[in-house]
Design a binder for this molecule. Structure first.
Ligand SMILES: [Zn+2]
Length: 271
């Protein structure tokens, strides 16, 4: 029994490695390498799409793809310009609108994005959608999902990845989806930590600005999200993304920096 515990601790230590987050320069814990996480993410994403109603060929669906592509291009430009060319080489970007009343959106590692139709009345415009997608992509780029898992959960996922496809282990699949915010049930989602939220807000703001969207819209979006939280059922987005006055104040203060960063990429006009 004891030997097993020691082995487990050693295994989790070996799995853990530090990698630098290019957006913040901070060392972050990357417990499972992209080469293992991404195939899992791609598989889970495909499965999610087959189990849910994907909207195609509507103006909204096209808007989701359009904004997603612009955010992805902005991320690639930013990384290339800052000496991180190749950071996204294994990403296979995908942007889908899914029919669901949940006020939610998420991005799995590897650039696999889902936007629920329920969030569109809150995002209101293409720019509002860019706030949400920029923020979600930022969580994925900074590997925040992985950091939500416990060492024990990692071992379980790692063990499954090492042998068979993730789809064969329902429990590991559940942990994975919970860590990445997949789904629309409030009960099964974990909130990001406040520091991860702040990091994603900052990175997301830069991405949207480089993509040509006005970062002044970010605090407005979160004000609308906050206004929606007064009712009996707060939006799913708020259960995983705590909205508060500090965030709105921060975003207002950082909008200028994001515009200045965009200017380095020749972007001076914002939609
Ligand atoms: Zn967030």
């Amino acid at each position: 029994m004891k030997r097993k515990t020691i082995f487990a601790l050693t295994a989790s230590f070996v799995l853990a490695a530090c990698s630098q987050n290019p957006f913040t320069g901070k060392k972050t814990l990357a417990l499972v390498p992209n080469s293992q996480i991404l195939p899992m993410a791609f598989q889970q994403y495909d499965e999610f799409l087959t189990e849910n109603k994907v909207i195609t060929n509507t103006a909204d669906a096209k808007m989701v793809k359009n904004v997603g592509q612009k955010i992805a291009t902005a991320a690639e430009r930013w990384l290339n310009a800052n000496g991180y060319a190749g950071y996204l080489k294994d990403y296979k970007w995908d942007y889908n609108l899914v029919q669901d009343d949940a006020v939610n959106a998420w991005c799995m590692p590897g650039g696999k994005i889902v936007v629920y139709t329920g969030i569109l009345p809150v995002t209101k415009s293409e720019t509002g959608l860019a706030v949400v997608m920029g923020h979600e992509v930022a969580h994925a780029l900074a590997n925040h999902g992985q950091q939500r898992m416990s060492a024990g959960q990692f071992q379980q996922i790692g063990a499954v990845v090492g042998s068979v496809a993730l789809g064969d282990n329902a429990e590991a699949q559940q942990i994975f989806n919970t860590a990445y915010g997949v789904g629309s049930q409030v009960g099964v989602m974990l909130p990001f930590s406040r520091s991860h939220e702040t990091e994603a807000d900052k990175i997301g703001l830069t991405l949207m600005a480089i993509a040509g969207y006005n970062p002044d819209e970010a605090p407005e979006l979160w004000k609308r999200m906050k206004a929606k939280s007064g009712g009996q059922a707060p939006p799913e987005m708020l259960s995983t993304h705590p909205s508060n006055d500090t965030r709105i104040k921060n975003l207002t203060a950082w909008a200028g920096d994001a515009k200045a960063e965009a200017k380095k990429f020749g972007v001076t006009k914002f939609k």
